[in-house]
Design a protein around this ligand. Sequence first.
Ligand SMILES: NC(=O)c1ccc[n+]([C@@H]2O[C@H](COP(=O)([O-])OP(=O)(O)OC[C@H]3O[C@@H](n4cnc5c(N)ncnc54)[C@H](O)[C@@H]3O)[C@@H](O)[C@H]2O)c1
Length: 321
Amino acid sequence: MFVGRGLIRSGFFFPEDGRRFAVTDENVATLHPLKAEHTVAIPAGEETKVLDTAELVLRRLAQAGAERGDLVAAVGGGVVGDVAGFCAAVYQRGLRVVQVPTTLVAQVDSAYGGKTGLDLPEGKNYVGAYHQPASVICDTSALETLPAEERAAGYAEVVKTALIAGGPLWSRVRAGDAVDEATVMGCLRTKLAVVAEDERDAGRRQVLNLGHTVGHAIEAATAYRRYRHGEAVAIGLLAALRLSGKEALRREVGELLAANGLPTAFEGAAVDDVLALVQRDKKREGGRVPFVLVSAPGEVSHGHEVAPGDLRAAVEELRAG
Ligand SMILES: NC(=O)c1ccc[n+]([C@@H]2O[C@H](COP(=O)([O-])OP(=O)(O)OC[C@H]3O[C@@H](n4cnc5c(N)ncnc54)[C@H](O)[C@@H]3O)[C@@H](O)[C@H]2O)c1
């Protein structure tokens, strides 16, 4: 893994064996082009994270003659990382993927850990595979072109990760410090440490889903159009903190999120629809959806059952208007 400025333009740090097939999106293709044998640029946005796009990418790889020894470079945000990672996992039963994250969400979270996911209308990330990247090349200068709303969306994952980590990372975040390279490093170290304990999500890794159970349901209930992933996670974090019974921490996190341009309530979906989608969460086991709850920053645990009435109340208070 490499973190630094100017890494995409320099072209160094890539594995040298095998040809490079870049998968990117139409925005990133013009802003941060990567030298590659062949480039596929998919339309930008969450609506693209579907099986049709994966088929298109797989066919483009086949038409361009990609072989088992080649590698896919996923240059973009979490959507590109998930689509390209999934395609690399299944193309000829597996090609190496190098993640080159260009959004804050991707640099602090989605580029590491090897999860890939595509959405179905029935649920977020319902299709996917584990496929660890051969390398991650995190060029922090790419964030300079990121629109403010996308940076804000990434901030929600920073707050989530800082709550999981506690300690110095949480201290920096709660002090309102700007997100710099040290914060990105703190987040990615936290994520890697959690993943190293439980790669296949059988236990501890589920803490990374803090705020995501309600967040994913809000994304799906609004047809993946109204909220960025990070925005929905921001709202979901507040639900998780309410369910954790941590009023003061919930208030503090709400203020941090709002100060960074994130929503602290949702609109465009009925509470009942969000609750129905929570029940379809793919972490459901034996009909029960486990929740990730917070005792204190640095003390986050998974597998909690919550009473239906408490969940309804936590979602109802987040409905705007
Ligand atoms: N696999 C995982 O472990 C994991 C973890 C967290 C999130 N995710 C997924 O990540 C996705 C969200 O990722 P995201 O927030 O990065 O969204 P995204 O990939 O849709 O990118 C957001 C927008 O920013 C643009 N963009 C990207 N880099 C840019 C740059 N440097 N300058 C200017 N514009 C740029 C993109 O074109 C897009 O319009 C969700 O689908 C979520 O489920 C996956």
